[in-house]
Design a protein around this ligand. Structure first.
Ligand code: HEM
Ligand SMILES: [Cu+2]
Length: 860
């Protein structure tokens, strides 16, 4: 019924007063289900508007921290021979500046904005996994606080934001400094990956009816690509961090040459993440530009389809590029040529976008509001940064300026120009949405000009300082090298810029109280987020829109009013359930009703306990860390128990006549997609591990291949591993059978099959434990045994979880939460089993077959 276009005028209430009364009645009814509690219970809120705002505010807070650190750096460098900071403190300050800006500011800000905006732009009521967003937020906050606290303890990381080993290893950094980085950042990355999964699935599965891929707003395309890049790009760093932490805390050698490791492996793992990271930051910023420019140019974006192609191809190309950060570590010539050319190639899709922006402005009738100022600043600075980037992609030039201030200048042209400027433009643009009020134009313009002038003074001059030969990451320099003047200029510039940032922040804070009221849709935008109330209610829309074109608000300016009066889809709330449309990923046709979980303490509790794990690991209190791990696992399982058809998750299975079924009553729901993307991230982590194994085996200078009678290759260890893989595969087949029967409508024996699978999982765990004891690994002696132990541990964790999940499913069958009426969860669990079995076979091949083929004990 409700997927149809809105009913014709006349179907609604008779008079305007009646209409207002009706809208208020609906609001109250929806608020009863969706509303935000106050007081302590505000910690339980999960809706994306609040979580998104929390991300943004926290990100701004960390930006201030990073900014203060930048000011400290520039104060130290202002004068030659300045003794304001010791070299040790200086190393902590610049490392933390880079780390905070990249991990605690840039990515979370962009994710936070997307979390806030996307469902509104797509015409949905929330993201598909609201509790996951809440968990992500808390992990981000706690991880960030742990990391920043190291500054106050004087124990901050000091090996550069990329933590190169051996500098970051236990020999040169024996204290906990590096551990703060490794543990804190991994904690924050959990948040980034979970937001990535959630954003991608929501974009694919929860759009307004009629919003085919072709009609999807450009911003959603950018965020989709960013989210997928996060899902694939962050796991290599997570793996690297885990390995380095194992090396530091447990003495397992992965990066240490003497015992068969290789420090260059860290560089590969880091830049496998680090290069895409630059695009992960840049793409959402470009998405902001592509959203704002058409609005201010008052015409649709020129070359919409070309921009989409460009964005998607940027995502692909950027993964081939990490090696260009390593031209100076001694990479073979041909590889250098390849990566140098690929680095140039990425200029093509960027160029397409720049042309689209310029053409849109050219053909439109632009109006110059404050956000447009920031966009213009972005265009100027970013193009300049791109040009110096092309210079750096030339291998001989890179050798020349490597690790000089020139690189620092280039990096800030790209990062500040390419990320901060569009971000501020976006904040100014959406401020009326957050608050319903307008910022001050005078303060906004002052802020812009101070930042623009200050920025160029700081960093344009730094190119020059770099060409004069001043290296980066030196805490001071001697007078008489010609560096005094430019450094002083840079430092003055940075304080001008800081003053501008303060003006912008004041404007943002003050406007919440003193800003003039904004009318609805103040910029005459065409996208759906402006069809909500401003500030928005926790449910976004009383009734959900259907769309016919890319600019629903341009074709129907009164859409917002119509929706508020209940003339769209899913306007019933008497079942007490939070819900939104589940649509086909390509066509946008309605397929099911997604029901969403409500407020809960579980995400907060889980993040708190994981934070406990993190702190215990820092303190090297391992038994306590284990206790916290068990605690967080318990909370997470409790959380999963309340899902699906559990009465707390979907109080009432009825849907209105003509409406599609609830997702938990179908074979295809967002959880399936969420699990698939989680496994994609997990697979990226596993492949990085496999890559590390092959890399060390073939490249590490002092790799010690195991003797032919090594316990894993010969006899018992290998046999037990084979048996474990067979047991896990048998369990997977049992689950397949259970799913096939469900699909055929047979519910009988479901519980027994699930229990049988769990049993196989348990047997697998027992056999793997046997491998550990039979193989006699010495993980602290050789890199070979260290990597083997990690691979086996990986398999053990996955198999144990597989068994646990299957057992829980068997239990849920008995409770009636799973069955032919609700056949959905065993599918999700079966995905996990398939994944675990495939990776276990891959590990078997890597640990047992590969050495046999490559030659045991030979001089590899
Ligand atoms: C607010 C204005 C900023 C100023 C004045 C500033 C200043 C600096 C300076 C002087 C350095 C070099 C430190 C050294 O080599 O000793 C540096 C490094 C760095 N900055 Fe910034 N920065 C600013 C904003 C940002 C932003 C917004 C980002 C990222 C989004 C960023 C990311 C980095 C990174 C990654 C490094 C390298 C750190 C390292 O070598 O470990 N900066 N910054
Ligand atoms: Cu790069």
């Amino acid at each position: 019924m409700s997927t149809e276009p809105l009913p014709a005028a006349g179907a609604g209430p008779a008079s305007a007063a009646d209409a207002v009364a009706e809208a208020e009645r609906l609001h109250d009814a929806f608020n009863a289900v969706w509303g935000n509690p106050g007081g302590w219970r505000a910690l339980t809120i999960v809706n994306h508007t609040t979580v998104g705002l929390r991300f943004l505010l926290t990100g701004l807070g960390f930006y201030v921290v990073g900014g203060i650190l930048a000011m400290l750096v520039r104060s130290q460098l202002a004068l030659p021979g300045h003794a304001f900071m010791t070299p040790e403190v200086y190393a902590q300050v610049f490392t933390m500046h880079g780390t905070v800006m990249m991990f605690l500011f840039a990515v979370p800000m962009m994710e936070g904005l997307a979390v806030y905006l996307l469902p509104k732009m797509l015409g949905a009521r929330d993201l598909v996994f609201p509790r996951l967003s809440a968990l992500g937020y808390w992990c981000y906050l706690f991880g960030g606080l742990i990391l920043v606290s190291s500054l106050f303890l004087g124990l901050a990381p000091d090996a550069g934001w990329f933590m190169y080993v051996p500098l970051a290893g236990s020999t040169y950094t024996p204290g906990p400094n590096s551990d703060f980085w490794l543990l804190g950042i991994t904690f924050v990355e959990i948040s980034a990956v979970s937001a990535g999964v959630e954003l991608a699935v929501s974009i694919l599965r929860a759009r307004a009816p009629g919003m085919s891929l072709e009609k999807m707003p450009l911003y959603a395309w950018y965020i989709l690509v960013m989210a997928l890049m996060i899902v694939v790009g962050f796991p290599p760093l997570i793996l690297g961090s885990i390995l380095l932490e194992l090396e530091r805390a447990a003495g397992m050698p992965f990066f240490e040459v003497a015992r068969g490791g290789d420090p260059v492996l860290w560089q590969h793992l880091f830049w496998l993440f680090g290069h895409p990271e630059v695009y992960i930051i840049f793409l959402p910023a470009a998405g902001i530009v592509s959203t704002l420019l058409p609005v201010f140019a008052r015409r649709p974006a020129v070359g919409h389809a070309w921009v989409v192609v460009a964005v998607v191809s940027t995502g692909f190309i950027s993964f081939g590029l990490w090696v260009h950060h390593m031209f100076t570590v001694g990479i073979p010539q041909l590889a250098q040529a390849f990566f140098s050319a690929a680095s140039m190639l990425v200029a093509v899709p960027t160029g397409v976008q720049v042309f689209s922006w310029i053409a849109t402005l050219w053909l439109g009738r632009p109006v110059f509001h404050v956000p447009m100022l920031w966009l213009t600043g972005f265009l100027v600075i970013f193009v300049a940064g791109g040009l110096t980037g092309v210079m750096l992609a030339l291998v001989p030039f890179d050798w020349q300026v490597h690790d000089s201030q020139f690189v620092v200048a280039h990096l800030h042209y790209v990062l500040v120009g390419g990320m901060l400027f569009p971000l501020v433009a976006g904040l100014y643009y959406w401020l009326p949405h957050f608050s319903g009020r307008l910022p001050s134009a005078a303060l906004g313009r002052t802020g812009f000009w101070l930042v623009f002038i200050g920025f160029n003074l700081t960093f344009l001059v730094m190119h020059w300082t770099g060409l004069l030969g001043m290296p980066r990451r030196v805490h001071t320099y001697e007078t008489g090298l010609g560096w005094d003047g430019p450094n002083l200029l840079s430092s003055i510039g940075s304080f001008v810029m800081a003053a501008g940032i303060v003006a912008v922040l004041c404007d943002i804070v003050l406007h919440f109280r003193y800003g003039a009221r904004a009318r609805p849709n103040p910029w005459n935008a065409g996208t759906l987020e402006w069809a909500t109330a401003t500030p928005p209610s926790p449910y976004n829309f009383v009734s959900l829109p259907a769309v016919q074109d890319r600019h629903p608000l341009w074709s129907n300016p009164s859409l917002g009013d119509d929706l508020a009066r209940g003339r769209g889809g899913l306007a019933l709330i008497d079942h007490g359930r939070r819900e939104t449309w589940g649509t086909d990923p390509a066509s946008g046709a309605v397929r099911e009703i997604i029901h969403l979980p409500g407020n809960s303490w579980l995400p907060f509790a889980a993040a708190l306990l994981i934070g406990g794990v993190c702190i215990c690991l820092l303190l090297r209190a391992y038994p306590l860390a284990a206790a916290f791990t068990v605690g967080s696992l318990a909370v997470l399982l409790r959380w999963s128990w309340e899902n699906g058809t559990h009465p707390l998750a979907s109080p009432d299975a009825r849907t209105a006549p003509g409406d599609p079924p609830l997702h938990s009553r179908t074979f295809d729901g967002p959880g399936l997609w969420g699990m698939a993307l989680t496994l994609l991230a997990n697979g990226a982590l596993y492949l990085s591990l496999l890559f590390g194994w092959l890399y060390l085996w073939t490249v590490a200078p002092a790799w010690q291949a195991p003797p032919p009678d090594h316990g894993l290759a010969a006899g018992k260890g290998a046999g037990l591993l084979l048996a474990a893989a067979l047991a896990l595969s048998a369990g997977t087949l049992v689950l397949r059978r259970a799913v096939a029967r469900l699909r055929a409508g047979i519910g009988r024996g479901l519980g027994a099959l699930l229990a049988l699978a769990a049993l196989f999982g348990l047997v697998h765990c027992g056999l793997l434990a046997g491998v550990f004891s039979a193989a006699g690994l010495a993980p602290t002696k050789t890199a070979h045994d260290a990597v083997s132990a990690v691979m086996l541990g990986y398999a053990l964790v996955h198999g144990a979880l597989a068994a646990l999940l299957a057992a829980l499913q068997a239990l849920r069958v008995r409770f009636g939460y799973v069955g032919i009426e609700a056949p959905y969860e065993p599918l999700v669990v079966s995905q996990w089993w398939h994944y675990s079995a495939v990776t276990l076979w891959a590990s078997y091949a890597a640990l047992v077959w590969f050495p046999a083929v490559w030659g045991m004990g030979g001089g590899a």
